[in-house]
Design a protein around this ligand. Sequence first.
Ligand code: ZN
Length: 160
Amino acid sequence: MLCKHIKKKYTKKINDKNLLTTLLTTITYICNMKIKRSTLVKNLDAVFSQYIRRKDAINEIAKCVTCGKEDHWSKLQNGHWASRRHYSTRWDERNCNVQCSGCNVFRAGEIYLYTKYLCSKYGDNFPEELYKLSQKTVKFTDADLQDMIQHYKDKLKEFL
Ligand SMILES: [Zn+2]
């Protein structure tokens, strides 16, 4: 939509046809790149989330790490300890665990209980390590994202 809008705007204002063609090609390229990128992130989130919710499920039943509620994995969520905004830990399996919507959404991740859970699983120093890691800037290339999507797709096959 935005792409079309920008194209229309330039088409009306620029009389030089060669310049216009170059500009429109560039705009299309950038728009496609952005769309592709956000689609990759979305697809990776989807396969990764499913993996997190299914990996420890017994007979398809998974358990919220903060309140212990059990339900079918499809009804539970992938709860991030460090926010999804931080790409360095967005797809880190230690940062992502099963939570019910009550804990993840309505009780803002139950961060105290979630921190206690991480300490019991990885040691008392781990939350600080994970926090530091979450603050790092990482750049995943499109190929990296594609590789990770394939990696988790393969892992999901184990559940079939
Ligand atoms: Zn819960």
